[in-house]
Design a protein around this ligand. Structure first.
Ligand SMILES: C[S@@+](CC[C@H](N)C(=O)[O-])C[C@H]1O[C@@H](n2cnc3c(N)ncnc32)[C@H](O)[C@@H]1O
Length: 242
């Protein structure tokens, strides 16, 4: 896999502490997954075909597999190391789960058949792509949804105004320092800021403005809306238009 955003997650040490780090850096991840689940209009007994794009350690997929006991989940991620963690986490669901290692930007032909998916989800993964790459993969995913099938994305965005973005970033850093008791990487605000800058560079973070993400989803064929937002974290998506 060639992408730097994949290499950054293909390190055993990074993925071993990934979930603990997410609780420090993105404690709202659980809330966002809960909102995504709540908004879905499917009956709990439907045998859904679901894609989790950038499944990571499998936290979102775990909730889906629990909530929809007849669903089948395909989890795609570029990092083999993180897929090992997902395999272990989701072992009790192995008969309803398929995990595949692919770069989002080069998904193999035939992985996503036209109009076969009921639901696609993604969390904290698509901001690793630039706008064009994100548009391409979203188009492929929406193409693979049945009409009326849903795509829900939980991710980060940047503010419209640099002044507000600076304020979001200040709040972000303060929150991390307050939550990260005893972790030297986050011992004060300047050290934390530097750590985040280095990490985002390594992982090729390139979040877009919310308006851009909505445009990408709508142009791909979704009736996309914002379901939830707190500062720089959002849950957006909706059903595929007829
Ligand atoms: C921040 S993690 C999010 C994981 C999980 N969805 C979550 O909510 O915790 C981003 C994930 O996207 C994957 N990723 C980043 N760029 C990718 C790419 N170009 N192709 C495939 N996977 C990619 C990484 O390997 C990583 O597992």
């Amino acid at each position: 896999m060639s992408s730097d955003s994949i290499k950054a997650y293909d390190l055993p040490e990074r993925v071993r502490r990934y979930d603990a780090d997410m609780d420090v850096m993105h404690p709202l991840r659980w809330k966002m997954i809960a909102v995504a689940l709540e908004v879905l209009p499917f009956s709990r007994s439907t045998d859904l075909r679901i894609l989790d794009l950038g499944i990571g350690t499998g936290v979102f997929a775990q909730q889906l597999l629990k909530e929809f006991p007849s669903a089948q989940v395909l989890g795609v991620d570029g990092s083999e190391a993180i897929l090992e963690i997902a395999t272990a986490r989701l072992s009790r669901y192995s008969n309803r789960l398929r995990l595949e290692a692919h770069d989002f930007r080069k998904l193999p032909r035939g992985l996503l058949d036209e109009s076969t998916l009921d639901l696609a989800v993604s969390s904290y993964a698509l901001h690793h792509l630039n706008k064009d790459e994100k548009s391409d993969v979203v188009r492929q995913v929406v193409g693979a949804l049945k009409t009326g099938g849903w795509f829900v994305n939980a991710d980060i965005v940047i503010a419209e105004s640099p002044c507000i973005e600076n304020r979001f970033q200040d709040l972000r850093v303060k929150g991390i320092v307050a939550r990260a008791e005893g972790d030297e990487r986050f011992r004060d605000e300047p050290v934390t800021r530097q750590y985040l800058d280095d990490m985002e560079k390594k992982e090729q973070d390139q979040p877009q403005r919310l308006a851009v993400d909505l445009q990408i989803f709508r142009e791909a064929g979704l009736d996309a809306e914002v379901f939830w937002r707190e500062y720089r974290e959002v849950v957006v998506g909706g059903p595929k238009r007829a």
